[in-house]
Design a protein around this ligand. Sequence first.
Ligand SMILES: Nc1ncnc2c1ncn2[C@@H]1O[C@H](COP(=O)(O)OP(=O)(O)O)[C@@H](O)[C@H]1O
Ligand SMILES: [Mg+2]
Length: 367
Amino acid sequence: MISQYQESLLLPARTFQSGSMDTTYEDVLEHVDSGILLFDEEGVLTFVNKQMYGMLELNRHSLLGCTMAHLLSHIQLGRFKKKQVLRSYREMVQKGKQSYEFVDEYGRYWRASLCCGEQMKGSYLFTVKEISDYKLIEQTAYQNDSLAMLGKLSASIAHEIRNPLTAIRGFIQLLHPHLHQLGKEEYGRIILAEIDRANDIIHEFLTSSKPSVPQVSMIPVSALLKEVVLLTESEALMKGCQINLHPLHGDMIISGDVKQMKQVVLNMIRNALEAITERDDDQIGKIEVGARREGAEVRIFISDNGKGMDILTLDRLFNPFFTTKENGTGLGLSVSDRIIKDHGGCISVSSRVNEGTRFVISLPLIQ
Ligand SMILES: Nc1ncnc2c1ncn2[C@@H]1O[C@H](COP(=O)(O)OP(=O)(O)O)[C@@H](O)[C@H]1O
Ligand SMILES: [Mg+2]
């Protein structure tokens, strides 16, 4: 059934009655799904709609009559909002960009646009529109695309990397008697185990974009962490960084694929080491590794005092191929995330720029 309002849309065009224009247009502007700010040629705010003052979390009357300078020093305008308004102003008015995208303190995406110049007769029209839905679609499409690409690249990468690994493996075996004479067979054993692990990783994660079936066994968390810390300690020392493994209380056992689990913790420690080296002050790098029981789960944490991450990085760090490093692959965390999900767990992360990052892996414990 067509309502009275829908019906009026179907009426033939009729002569426009002046006088009703301003209020009609204002009504329309009041209800569009974008926020609107209109400054006149003297820079005074003459119109603001509901969307906009709602987004700024201010009331309409305290805004009308303000200039941009007044708005920026408005005592009720939150610190985060102030930054966003100032950034948008700089990008669009000072740098002349037509639009500017930002993320607000609630994680919503917005696009701000500016219309000014002759067509506006000296007025400035700012509009903002929430684009979170588009961003989500864009990200999902990007992720799907990336995964498809990952599948295609994987076969050739696996082939290229496994050949030299096989050669290295062979030569290490030939060196075995010499290492034995030197009393350093342990080094040979570690090299072989690491080559085998690298081979497995390539095979399991790069030859297929589908998750592999984990080889399930019981894994004591303390042994897992000890082994990974041992593997990364020398690398950390070379970078002047300390890894502190917290003593664990009680035996915590998880069930899963030990190689995959090692890979996850290793990825995170390597990322922490890289974040520490990328920090530009002389602070001593520290990585804390540990685990504690939380009900029926274990929380494994890896925290660092590295360079930290901004909100845009935090938003995308689990996307395949997302990297901020010149030589990064952007695969470490996307693969880790999949492994942990396959094991019925999840990864959470908190970070502050120039302070550090903390990753927490939650996994179900075997009772
Ligand atoms: N501990 C950390 N501190 C700061 N940034 C991090 C940390 N861990 C991950 N990141 C960010 O997440 C991105 C993705 O990480 P990852 O998937 O391991 O790929 P890669 O290490 O190859 O870049 C990194 O490029 C980095 O920007
Ligand atoms: Mg990495």
